[in-house]
Structures are given as C-alpha cells and as structure tokens.
Write a protein that binds this ligand. Structure first.
Ligand SMILES: O=C(O)C1=C[C@@H](OP(=O)(O)O)[C@@H](O)[C@H](O)C1
Ligand SMILES: C=C(OP(=O)(O)O)C(=O)O
Length: 448
C-alpha cells in the first residue's frame, strides 16, 4: 500500500496530519449542497513566484494553503525573499530579479509548478544552487526545460547519472534572450517556466513550440499572470510563438481565483449520487481548463447551470456511457472521469493522455490497478484507457501518494460500500481540507 512508499517529507505543516486511512460510506440520499472551494494551486504558485521576482511589494489574497504552496513559499524564503502569510493573504516583498541568497539548497516539494517555474526563475538570476524535489518530483521529466535553460546560458548538472532530472546543481548567470525552440508534448509547465523567467532575460526572448502543447490553457494562465504583473508579451493564437520583452515585473495586489480542479470532485459527487452540487465561487469564464469537466458531465447526462452565482451540476438517474473523450486539455480530471465511468451505461474511452504517466503517479497505471482491484474491466493503452460498466466491490485502495488518485477514489466511495483509502493525507498537495469539505456537503467519511 502507498503509505510504505509515501514521501512524508513532502507533506507540510499545512497538510492533513496523522491519518492513515479514510473509510468512505455510500450516500443514503442524493448529495444536495452549495459550497466554496479553496484557491487555485496554479494561480497561487504563479503569483508567488512572479511577485517574488517583481519590483515592489505584492499582496495576494485567496492563497491556497496546501503542500504545493507551502513548499513554494519556503523555497522563496530560502532564497532570501520576505514572504508574510496571514490566513489566506500573503505579502511578498519582490527582489527585482536579483535573488538575495545567491547559493544554497532549494527544496521544491512535490509541486511540478514550483520545480519547473522556480528553476527557470533562478536561471534568470545570478547564483549557484542545489535544487531538489520530493522523491517523485526527482523522477518527473525536466529535460526539455533544462536543455532550454542551458541553451539560454545556465549550467545545469544533474546529480543522478544518466538522468536529466532533479536534483541538480544550477549555476546561473542570467538568460541571454533570443530565440529558443521547445517541445510542449510532455508538460506545458516547461513552457510556462521559461516564459515566467523571460522578463528578466538580457534581451527579448522568443519561444517557439515545435510540436503540440499538452494543456494549452495553463500557458494562457501564465501569459495572463505575466501581463497582470506588467510584463509585455506577444503570442499568436495557437501559442506556437511567444515573445517576451525584458521589462521585469511590477508588484501589485492580486486576487487568486478558486481552484476549478478541486471543484470537479464535488461536481462528480452530484453526478454519481443523482444529486445537486453548486460551487459558488467559480465562473465558467475562467482560463482553468478543468472547468470544462462540466461539459463532459453534460455529455454523460448531467444538467449543468453556469448562470447565476457559481456553477451547478445535477446528476441523472444513470450516467451515460458509450463515449470516447479526449482528456488532453484537462488531463488532471482523467482520474475523475475514469472512476465515474464504471457507473455509466456503456464503455468510456479516455484518450490522448500519455503525459499523465509522468504526474504525481503513473496515473494510467493507477486507474487500471484501482479499477481492477474493484473488479471493473479496464483496457490500458499507451495514451489512454477504456473502462467498462460494472459494479465495483469495495476494498482497501492505494492512493499512490497522489492527491488526485485519492480524491477521485473518494468519489466512488459515495456509491460503493467498503471503499477505504490508504494514506489519505496525500490530498494535502492541493486540498488538505478535502475530507472536511466532503463532510460539509453531507458525505459520510471517517478518518483514522
Ligand atoms: O501549469 C500548471 O499550473 C499546471 C499544468 C499542468 O501540468 P502539465 O502540463 O505538466 O500536464 C497541470 O496538469 C498541473 O496540474 C498544473
Ligand atoms: C499534475 C499535477 O500537479 P503538478 O504537475 O503541478 O505537480 C496535478 O495537480 O494534478
């Protein structure tokens, strides 16, 4: 079970503490609730790093208090950035592109955002750092990003022979600017990382994408955030070419929006229990791609209301299957869809998500192993899965030290008797309050 493999050092003081198991109990009636969800991980970590690089002070409100944000803040503090946190408000005293601590060890935790964005931001400064992540982050791909930063002038020496991953020794002397070519097919975060650092390059920097970007929307979120902090960026419609001027950032007050990825678990519960859930603090207008999970739920027979305050999902008597769904552009929800799929009236094929094998776990393997343990027929492909309708029989499940695996498994537990989740504390990466929120909307869960 995952607790043997869980990297508990990557859990933060903000994590859900001292729990080894979550026991889920099926809902005795459809879940009918309104709720608010915490701040977006993607906006939180971008805002923290951009505000740290900026001239002047920034006040960020709506901060997500989770492991990813905690380690991002700690990494910035270890670089000498003054960051003051009060509840969900944070004041960041910007360093105008020049890191006060020009050497030392920087720990990124398990966050792909911190690892990719901060490594790039360091390369734009001057210094010599040892950068490492959690056990899993040290295995996740970094090569495309490292090669681009090397091309721009950084020296990056991996400490594990034969692997272009963290941990690394990074010697930075600024980025030269000019033109670089990058692949976006493994992670959009490589592109976001280079863009975030680019206002501190010595000359304008143009990033050209040589293939596809797995999740375009996150690059749009990056560009929006950069512009909000005063950066000048020109991008074409498909994001195949983006040019950043060397203007730096200007600190400001900024409100972080709520997390659409977290909201999806609650909409999925409405879908699965034939209930109704309204997430009050999200708008369909957001750039966050996972908001489009409600479109998938609509295709599966749910009613979706995007007018009024927030977004509401109402579940049908039986979910519709017989669908092939590309999850490439909202792949964090591939797990959520996979664990709803057995309850549909026909097979569901999830396609175009090979890159999720490189996330917090090999998520395609986690889907197949979890569903097989529950007695559900599933076919695994290199870049997707097909899941057949069935009646899962509850058992103890490994959460693979992956927040999204645990949160999506918990949803199944609102319909299936006997689902226990090992090491539920892994939800803390993006939502330490996940089980409290479940209780708040009437889901029966016990933590031990
Ligand atoms: O930039 C971001 O905030 C993110 C980009 C995506 O990563 P990949 O592009 O690596 O899949 C997404 O899965 C992750 O949760 C957040
Ligand atoms: C892939 C994820 O995270 P990250 O890459 O930011 O670690 C996620 O939150 O599902």
């Amino acid at each position: 079970m995952s607790s043997n493999h869980a990297d508990l050092q990557a859990r933060s003081p903000w994590a859900l503490q001292d729990v080894t198991r979550a026991s889920m109990f099926p809902a005795t009636r459809p879940i009918d609730a309104d709720l608010v969800v915490p701040g977006s991980k993607s906006f939180t970590n971008r805002a923290l790093i951009v505000a740290a690089l900026a001239r002047g002070t920034s006040r960020l409100s709506g901060l997500l208090r989770s492991d990813d944000a905690y380690w991002c803040i700690e990494a910035l503090r270890s670089l000498g950035v003054k960051v003051d946190v009060a509840e969900d408000e944070v004041t960041v005293h910007g360093i105008a592109g020049s890191w006060p601590n020009a050497n030392g060890r920087i720990y990124t935790g398990a966050g792909g955002t911190t690892a990719r964005f901060l490594t790039s931001a360091l390369a734009a400064g001057t210094g010599e750092w040892y950068v490492e992540g959690s056990k899993r982050m040290n295995e996740r791909p970094m090569g495309v990003l490292f090669n681009t930063l090397r091309d721009l002038g950084a020296t990056i020496e991996p400490l594990t022979k034969g692997q272009d991953t963290l941990p690394v020794q990074l010697i930075a002397n600024g980025l030269r600017g000019g033109r670089v070519q990058m692949s976006g097919s493994v992670s959009s975060q490589f592109i976001s990382g280079v863009l975030i650092a680019a206002p501190y390059a010595k000359a304008p920097l143009t990033v050209e994408i040589t293939d596809t970007i797995v999740q375009h929307a996150y690059v749009h979120i990056t560009l929006d955030m950069m512009r909000a902090f005063g950066s000048e960026v020109v991008a074409n419609a498909h994001l195949s070419e983006m040019t950043v001027s060397p203007t730096g950032y200007q600190g400001r007050d900024y409100e972080i929006e709520a997390d659409a990825s977290t909201a999806c678990y609650f909409w999925a519960i409405a879908a699965l229990t034939g209930g109704r859930v309204r997430v009050k603090n999200l708008s369909y207008d957001t750039r966050q791609p996972d908001v489009h999970f409600v479109d998938v739920l609509k295709d599966m027979g749910c009613a979706v209301d995007i007018g009024g305050q927030g977004i509401e999902v109402r579940g049908p008597a039986r979910l519709r299957g017989g669908l092939t769904i590309s999850m490439k552009e909202m792949s964090d929800q591939a797990l959520t869809l996979a664990f709803l799929a057995p309850f549909a009236d026909g097979p569901i094929a999830i396609t175009d998500v090979e890159h999720i094998r490189h996330h917090e776990s090999d998520r395609l393997a986690a889907i197949c192993e979890t569903l097989s343990r529950l007695g559900i027929e599933v076919e695994e492909r290199r870049d997707g899965v097909t899941i057949h309708p069935g009646t899962p029989s509850g058992t103890l499940l490994s959460s693979y030290d992956d927040h999204r695996v645990a949160m999506a498994q918990a949803i199944m537990g609102t319909r299936v008797q006997g689902i226990d989740i090992d090491d539920p504390g892994c939800v803390s990466k993006t939502c330490p309050m996940f089980f409290d929120k479940l209780k708040e909307i009437g889901v029966n869960v016990t933590l031990a």
